[in-house]
Design a protein around this ligand. Structure first.
Ligand SMILES: Nc1ncnc2c1ncn2[C@@H]1O[C@H](COP(=O)(O)OP(=O)(O)OP(=O)(O)O)[C@@H](O)[C@H]1O
Ligand SMILES: [Mg+2]
Length: 268
């Protein structure tokens, strides 16, 4: 199909087992096929260790599949490419650069003049509520602030496709809602395509067009849910609809992830 941007075709990824003789492998993800259409926002959920980050790393070209292929705009992904903005699970800001200089990094690589890239970085830092921390270094910020700076850096290069690994997981609840709103608006108004990982079921239902649910490791897609709700650009409105329709999606996701069963197994 012409409008498919990112596609995984029967992808499996093995890792060598540490301390093994080299013949033993751990299968992180197995036979994953999925495709993300242009302008679509898709979330990926699943238990810890099921291979979500591994999948995203393959989408970005950082890792290669052991079997199968990943395509971006019909071309095999075999290295990182500048049309894809990638936010790793760990923020990985460069410790020797200030926050502003970290956000400017991608623009610098693109050859954007100093004044323009500083303006862009300051605007994004303002949106991410980091005013006053432009000249600080990463170690001087809290975990949530570093995560916001990493998000600003990802957005700065204006990529067509965003791959985000738990972009809001280290944030406090209020900042998280503000940034979710901001990201959702940007994705819609600038017609971006995004695949993001989250453990937050409400986040997946309020921000995406479609939710992919993975099994425990070796991770494979066990369910695909179309979020048939209006206002994808306005997660707040979807949240307010929580009492009825969003709640149904969250309940369904809890069933798929067996959250109730696991809670019953907890011994007090
Ligand atoms: N570079 C690596 N070398 C060896 N094993 C790895 C590597 N990266 C991931 N793994 C293994 O692959 C499996 C999947 O890891 P991955 O980080 O993709 O999980 P995840 O679904 O993102 O988990 P979480 O929700 O906790 O972030 C894990 O068992 C992990 O130990
Ligand atoms: Mg992960």
């Amino acid at each position: 199909m012409a409008d498919i941007r990112l596609e995984f075709r029967d992808v499996t990824r093995h890792f060598p087992i540490k301390g093994g003789d080299g013949s033993d492998v751990l299968t992180a993800v197995k036979n994953v096929s999925l495709s993300i259409r242009d302008c679509e926002v898709v979330s990926l959920i699943g238990p810890s260790g099921c291979g979500k980050s591994t999948l995203l790393n393959m989408g970005s070209g950082l890792y290669q599949p052991s079997l199968g292929e990943v395509f971006m705009d019909g071309e095999i992904v075999d290295k990182p490419n500048s049309h894809v903005g990638f936010m790793l699970q760990k923020d990985l800001l460069l410790p020797w650069r200030t926050i502003c200089k970290n956000v400017e990094l991608g623009l610098e690589i693109q050859g954007v003049p100093a004044k323009a890239r500083k303006e862009k970085a300051l605007d994004l830092l303002h949106k991410c509520r980091l005013d006053g921390f432009e000249d600080s270094y990463p170690h001087q910020l809290s975990g949530g602030m570093r995560q916001r700076a990493a998000l600003a850096r990802t957005l700065a290069v204006d990529p067509k496709v965003l791959l985000l690994d738990e972009p809001f997981s280290a944030l406090d609840a209020q900042t998280k809602m503000v940034l979710q709103q901001d990201l959702a608006k940007t994705l819609a108004s600038e017609k971006k395509t995004a695949l993001f990982i989250t453990h937050d079921l409400m986040e997946s239902a309020t921000l995406s067009d479609r939710i992919l649910v993975m099994s425990p490791r070796p991770g494979t897609i066990i369910e695909e849910i179309n979020v048939d709700l209006p206002e994808r650009a306005n997660p707040m409105a979807r949240r307010h609809d929580m009492a009825n329709r969003v709640g149904e999606y969250v309940t369904r996701l809890m069933e798929l992830l067996r959250v109730d069963e696991m809670a019953h197994e907890v011994k007090i």
